[in-house]
Design a protein around this ligand. Structure first.
Ligand code: G1P
Length: 274
């Protein structure tokens, strides 16, 4: 069972400026709920009880969001509007939050390595909150992956098929299908040129990682952009141990892009109205 889930949340959110000048991009709302709360709810449903959040400068709003707010709660109670904060209070009451600050932005791999102190020596989930994943017809994506982890006890990445023109935005895997929707990874490459891409199977922001990844990350060199990539570390891990990729059930919205963010808002709003 995985019990901890790590949320890299130190990025600047430049694609959403000026909205993200003073608020973290993880706090941008999809139908009134901040993106990171969707992620935390997903991790809770997947049986995680500790949320390990890697933050940076200017991210205090995340800590405040997952904390009691006596004055506001009192006001809402007097106005008989407690239901407006019900889900958020449930989340706060059902898990613990731990935080560490990433001092420099040196890529997703570096953010995950920064979280080592919060995770310790156990397997853990990773959720990139701007990849919003919804599955209306069964378990959420991290819970689906946790089931696979319980069987195979190895690192797992979530994948989906993407258009070849989009492959240069993702980590892309080369794998062998070992059973329905599960691939054993032979290699993976971060943001390949279209002609270098080994498949059309792109990694999306859900991972389950075994703790040996931290040692590998320590020795993973930054790429040409100066970033330490989790894709490069997993590529190394896949050479010596089993690393799986799982084609998840559900829809993923790329809420790191304006288009995906707006689509998620429209879809979830329409669903709420139905
Ligand atoms: C990160 C990862 C990439 C993955 C993507 C999923 O990239 O580095 O491998 O495919 O998330 O959203 P980013 O979008 O942070 O550039």
């Amino acid at each position: 069972m995985i019990k901890k889930c790590l949320f890299p949340a130190a990025g600047y959110g430049t694609r959403f400026l000026p909205a993200t000048k003073a608020i973290p991009k993880e706090m941008l709302p999809i139908n009134s709920k901040p993106l990171i709360q969707y992620g935390v709810e997903e991790a809770l449903e997947a049986s995680c009880d500790t949320m390990a959040i890697v933050t940076g400068r200017g991210k205090r709003a995340i800590e405040d969001h997952f904390d009691v707010s006596y004055e506001l709660e009192h006001q809402l109670k007097s106005a008989k509007k407690e239901h407006l904060l019900r889900e958020t209070i449930d989340v706060i009451n059902n898990c613990s939050f731990t935080y560490i600050r990433q001092k420099e932005m040196k890529g997703l791999g570096h953010a995950i390595l920064t979280g080592q102190k919060l995770i310790g020596n156990e397997a853990f989930g990773v959720i990139l909150a701007d990849d919003l994943c919804i599955n209306d017809s069964g378990k959420n994506v991290l819970a689906q992956m946790a089931e696979i982890y319980n069987r195979f006890q190895c690192s797992i990445v979530a994948i989906q098929e993407v258009e070849s023109s989009d492959l240069d935005k993702y980590g892309v895997i080369d794998g062998v299908c070992i059973e329905d929707s599960i691939y054993e990874i032979k290699s993976m490459i971060e943001k390949p040129e279209p002609k270098e891409a080994p498949s059309n199977l792109a990694v999306i922001g859900r991972y389950i990682l075994t703790p040996d990844i931290f040692e590998i990350l320590k020795y993973t060199m930054p790429d040409k952009r100066g970033e330490i990539q989790i894709t490069d570390a997993l590529n190394r891990a896949a050479k010596s141990t089993r690393v799986l990729a799982y084609k998840f059930k559900g829809i993923r919205y790329d809420c790191g892009s304006n288009e995906g963010f707006i689509k998620a808002n429209v879809d979830l709003y329409n669903k709420m109205k139905d």
